[in-house]
Write a protein that binds this ligand. Structure first.
Ligand code: NAD
Length: 423
């Protein structure tokens, strides 16, 4: 099997800056695809990057300046698409790397978009609701000249949600002097959001797991599942799998976790975590740490929290048959190789969590046509897109002898390269 960047050079080290890491992945994939040097060079540089200062009048009367970014990796295939992250660790390099990953993700599912990403370096948990609204509106004023429904369409990401999108689309529409609902996705349904967007990432992940299980002959009835993260993606994945009769035996979040060998009552866990704000201390099981979760004897492990959770330090402990990357970048390149060598099927993030951007695309179409779809229609179309993407990645995995992660890169990048080669 062809190995990827982690075994080629020291640059693929787990401590690598995310921008360096994604450049490594792109350069390796481009070589596999035989892409001309000039095109590779183009792909290693985002087309546009903007850094802005956002003044916010704080509740205590002081003025604070926050730094925000928007990176647009490619604007060749259509408008750029990607979320906005509010987090203390946001840096320009992280935003650039995430924009590049979005290009690949949109390529894997065949959306007519390039990749983009935005972020503000801040700790949203330390901000009041009013301060958060001022920051969100200020961010839009800063990036207004470079976004829009035909240019770049932001969406929620870590610590931004439908309410933040509502403030942002309202600010955008005020500046534009007309309602422009298609300028943002992930909005509340009442404000032009799509039915099914909330659970779309988890539903897409479940479709990918079901398709993969069929291919490797894993019977899902009664199969066991462990999930890290019980936010939007993790909790919806847990609920959907529980409703399909799988046994979710372990769930953790940032505070701790819960284990029950006979299966956790996910409905009760949802109620509990809504009230208490964590899954830790749930009475329907024993306590579980994050490191114990990764080593659980289960069929399917779903990292659905943050990046860099499965590394070369703990990859050998993983005993699942399938690792479904619902989070972005939860497995390092080196850890991916260890899992693959152990015979574990790793379903890569740019395929597994692409349901979110796919339904964001549906939302944008609905806003632009004014024709709104039923939840059933959204689900049917999502199933078609995810199944088609899975099959394309799986075919490359088999034909080229590369693991699923590299196969997904080859499919995603291949689409962009095809477009650039025609220019
Ligand atoms: P969220 O903020 O709703 O939930 C995150 C969950 O992870 C929480 O339960 C939190 O407690 C947990 N967590 C955070 N840090 C942790 C740690 N150190 N250890 C264990 N648990 C930890 O976020 P989300 O929207 O569910 O996103 C989860 C992941 O999925 C992120 O990587 C995100 O980029 C990715 N993703 C989300 C979407 C989407 O539509 N929401 C789409 C694509 C990818």
């Amino acid at each position: 099997m062809n190995t990827g960047p982690s075994q080629r050079t020291c640059l693929g080290s787990e401590e690598a800056n995310p921008f360096v890491a994604v450049c490594e992945e792109i350069a390796w994939t481009a070589r596999m695809l035989g892409v001309a040097d000039g095109i590779v060079e183009r792909l290693l540089h985002p087309e546009r990057v903007i850094e802005i200062s956002i003044p916010v009048l704080m509740d205590d009367g002081s003025l604070r300046i926050f730094t925000g970014y928007r990176a647009q990796h490619t604007l060749t295939l259509g408008p750029a698409k990607g979320g906005i992250r509010f987090h203390p660790d946001v840096t320009l390099d992280e935003v650039k790397a995430l924009a590049m990953w979005m290009t690949l993700k949109c390529g894997v599912v065949g959306l007519p978009y390039g990749g983009a990403k935005g972020g503000v370096t801040c700790d949203p948990q330390q901000l009041s609701l009013r301060e958060l609204e001022q920051l969100s509106r200020g961010y839009v004023r800063g990036i207004f000249p470079v976004i829009g429904p035909d240019v770049d369409i932001p969406a929620p990401d870590v610590h931004t949600n439908a309410r933040v999108m509502a403030w942002m689309v309202d600010e955008y529409s005020r500046l534009a002097g007309k309602p422009v609902l298609g300028a943002f996705t992930g909005k509340p349904v009442a404000l032009g959001g799509s039915l099914g967007r909330e659970e779309a990432t988890a539903r897409g992940c479940v479709i990918v797991i079901e398709t993969a299980a069929q291919l490797i002959g894993l019977d899902l009835s009664g199969a066991t599942v462990a999930i890290q993260g019980f936010g939007n993606v993790g909790s919806n994945a847990a609920r959907l799998l529980y409703e399909k009769g799988l046994r979710v035996i372990g769930v953790t979040d940032v505070m701790g976790g819960v284990y029950n060998e006979s299966g956790i009552d996910i409905r009760a866990l949802l109620d509990y975590s809504r009230q208490v704000g964590t899954v830790r201390g749930f009475p329907g099981g024993q306590s579980l740490t994050n490191s114990e979760l990764f080593a659980l004897d289960c069929d399917i492990l779903i990292p659905a929290a943050i990046e860099h959770q499965i590394t070369s330090q703990n990859a050998n402990d993983v005993r699942a048959k399938i690792v479904a990357e619902a989070a972005n970048g939860p497995t390092t390149s080196a850890a991916n190789d260890i899992l693959v060598d152990k015979g574990i099927l790793v379903l890569p993030d740019i395929l597994t969590n692409a349901g979110g951007v796919t339904v964001s695309y549906f939302e944008w179409i609905q806003n632009r046509t004014g024709l709104y779809w039923s939840e059933e229609e959204v689900r049917t179309r999502l199933e078609q897109v995810m199944a088609r993407a899975f099959n394309q990645v799986y075919t490359v995995h088999q034909e080229k002898g590369v693991d699923m992660r590299r196969a997904a890169y080859m499919v995603g990048l291949g689409r962009v390269v095809q477009a650039l080669q025609g220019l």
